[in-house]
Design a protein around this ligand. Sequence first.
Ligand code: PEP
Ligand code: MN
Length: 341
Amino acid sequence: MIVVLGADCSLREKAAVVRLIEQRGGRLLVSTVGEETHIGLIDSDAQSLAEEIGVMSGVTEIRKVAPPYPHVSREHQPNSSEVKVGGVVIGGDEVVVMAGPCSVESAEQLEAVGPSVAASGARMLRGGAFKPRSSPYSFQGLGEEGLALLSSMSARTGLPVVTEVVAPEDVDLVGAYADMFQIGARNMQNFRLLSAVGTHERPVLLKRGIASTVEELLLAAEYVVSAGNSRVVLCERGIRTFETTTRNTLDISAVPVLKQRTHLPVIVDPSHAAGDRALVPHLARAAVAGGADGIIVEVHNDPDNALSDGPQSLTLEGFDEMMRQLRGIVAAIDRTLAPTA
Ligand code: PEP
Ligand code: MN
């Protein structure tokens, strides 16, 4: 429920509404929307207050039907939010490209990939040190050693690092090296992990689960923001459907739907959606044209010998070419992309 207070509502009148809600044990979220003040009631049992509040002076409207994710919904906060990661702003005019290997494998690998993607216009470096693999026999990542490699490449290139955290007990360790936490598709509904990153100061990249609805993604984001961390970026990365020609089906509609429902920035991962590097630039172009605030893409110096996700990883040259194509798209939609070095 949202209580709308008009432009003429006095401070005293506002305080009376807030007091009544709090006295009844309701939690609330206050936002300024133009000239109006909106008070979102978080607990559903607070709905019973609707009639009482509706007759109070200063109240112009009661919206009984409001999304169950007040902190992230656009109804409660109409203005798009921007999430700053190091010096990079996600959710502004710039389309932010995050690039790097699926897994951090060695210092040599990051030496080959980091400076190259930076020169092609990437603004953030990605790479997994803790890998959530479908098989227990697949490469599980270098752990802390991988985090240290990412952090030194970040210092060299100036690119902030986004890397996955898979367990609540690793949050402080990963946060000590990384600029942004990635919550992977497999962990989108790991609610204790969501609450753990919600109490940390680092921003969060939250990926959509392969079998999750848009509403479930928004509720997962609500876990993080309601725990205290408002710096959340959402990521559409393909969902599992009956279609088998791609690794997942990129739900491109999710981009405008999310933009309608939430003020949080939305990016797309064309790599895990496609599963095939030949398709990645096509999906990346569609994502940017469709309003994504950025993309996160896998790039490898030697994809044929990658320890994970080689078939979907772009070569260094392939990434540079994709960035060249994206420049045409951003120009057409009045957005920007970091320049090539
Ligand atoms: C990844 O980014 O390498 C990854 C495992 O992504 P997802 O969680 O989307 O599968
Ligand atoms: Mn991967």
